[in-house]
Design a protein around this ligand. Structure first.
Ligand code: PA5
Length: 445
């Protein structure tokens, strides 16, 4: 099991202050369970892991196999909650280099629909030109501009390159059951499709087909991934007392730190494969808690890389931060530092040691330095990177987020603020139906 350790926050907040959250955390956890809190029409994720059936996973796996058999490359088209979960899991588990060349075992997974970069899309269509590729079009609303725009290009290219019949086989839609352009296109074209349940918001959707299908296509075991999440669902269940419930403790600790002026939480990893877990976590917590003029700002760094850039700020900048460190206990491979006769770099004192021993001392040294510098540390330990443990980790953050948002007093399941830019963008682009907004915004330019 993954474990949570908050000992290194106690020089900054007291044990008693965290323990005093017991009643609040219990109320929050019960509100999730009983559906009595804000945003209670978006709680479909809560018991999702334990409710996923073997038949459902088999259907996903069979679709994944069709794409695996017919594609060298699969493009996952989606944005925000419709792509970050899949990318977090795939990058955490993938070899860092095989994507550069097809390993002939698994399709290369690439991403689109998460930006509006003309050069990015041009280069992507160029990369796909001589490839047998497929597309997963993921959009809950089915109308998100970034994703729809990319899908328009990819659908045409896939049909032109592979023919209409094959395109039908290798394009899959994951969207609403009834509404939205992605649903209509899928039904009209006869694409295989999966439904994103109404009561699961994008950022909580990694255990729906949104995450599961791309993860299975990439060659990872979705049964183990779901099993990890299911075990964490039990560990953080409503009847597990505060002292043994890691989600409640995490939620309580970060709220107490926030109350004491620690306005920024920095997610730290010492393994570059976890970069996108942090990106996923940033969306989960940022979109869930950043509202009503409050909420911890979620930031992330990759160490030791960023110790050579952001390390200075973290050590000596404004003391409004705390760190949550994800530490991977055991590496998947073994590599030792070689001895060198000339020893010009002076590293012979490390000869024979595993690279990870050096990494672990960087981690310990940094923890001590940052605590000395006034940065409280929360630590999450993962035994090793595999499907089961990542399933646990992601569900832990989801439930921690629900509890934390309720303790903060916000609705963690809406995101009214993300509409503002869209309204302005459509007005500036003269989208039909936005005539009044167009006039208003033009007059401000
Ligand atoms: O979490 C969310 O709600 C958002 O990040 C959405 O997932 C994102 O905006 C994409 O929306 P959609 O799936 O409707 O295309």
């Amino acid at each position: 099991m993954i474990t949570l350790n908050i000992e290194k926050t106690f020089g900054f907040i007291s044990k008693e202050a965290v323990a005093a959250y017991e009643a609040k955390a219990k109320v929050a956890r019960e509100a999730l369970e009983n559906g009595t809190g804000k945003g209670n029409d978006f709680l479909g994720w809560l018991h999702l892991p334990s409710s996923i059936s073997a038949d459902f996973l088999a259907d996903i796996q069979s679709t994944a196999n069709t794409l695996r058999e017919n594609c060298e490359v699969v493009v996952v088209a989606g944005i925000g909650g419709s792509y970050l979960g899949a990318r977090a899991v795939i990058e955490a588990l993938s070899n860092s280099f095989t994507w550069l060349q097809n390993d002939k075992k698994n399709p290369v997974i690439v991403y689109a629909g998460h930006n509006i970069g003309e050069d990015y899309l041009y280069e992507l269509t160029g990369f796909l030109k001589d490839k047998k590729f497929g597309v997963i079009n993921i959009s809950k609303s089915g109308t998100t501009t970034e994703t729809a725009l990319a899908f328009r290009l990819l659908k045409k290219q896939c049909e032109d390159q592979r023919g209409k019949e094959m395109a039908k086989k290798v394009i899959v839609a994951i969207t609403d059951a009834k509404k939205g352009a992605a649903r209509i296109t899928a039904d009209n074209e006869g694409y295989k499709s999966f439904i994103i349940p109404d009561n699961v918001g994008g950022r909580f959707s990694v255990l729906t087909p949104v995450g599961l299908l791309p993860i299975a296509i990439a060659g990872f075991d979705i049964t183990k991934f779901v099993a990890g999440a299911t075990d964490m669902e039990k560990t953080c269940a409503v009847d597990v007392p505060f002292a043994q419930n890691p989600a409640m403790i995490y939620a309580a600790t970060r709220n107490e730190l926030y109350k004491n002026g620690k306005k920024i939480e920095i997610m730290v990893n010492y393994n570059p494969k976890l970069h996108y877990v942090s990106e996923w976590w940033k969306q989960l917590y940022g979109e869930s808690e950043g509202k009503e003029n409050k909420g911890i700002f979620p930031a992330a760094v990759d160490f030791s890389t960023d110790l050579h850039s952001m390390g200075q700020w973290i050590q000596e900048g404004e003391r409004t931060i705390f760190e949550t460190v994800i530490s991977v206990e055991k590496t998947n491979y073994s590599l030792s530092v070689p001895s060198d006769e000339a020893n010009l770099d002076g590293l012979n004192f490390l000869a024979g040691k595993h690279v990870d021993e050096v990494n672990k001392m960087a981690e310990l040294g940094t923890q001590i330095a940052h605590i000395d510098g006034g940065v409280p540390n929360i630590r999450i330990v993962i035994p090793e990177l595999n499907e089961y443990n990542i399933g646990q980790l992601l569900y832990f953050f989801e439930i921690g987020c629900g509890i934390s948002g309720y303790i903060l007093g916000v609705n963690p399941f809406d995101q009214p603020g993300v509409e503002a830019y869209k309204k302005n963008m459509f007005a500036l682009l003269n989208k039909p139906g936005y005539e009044e907004e167009s006039k208003a915004i033009q007059s401000r330019l």
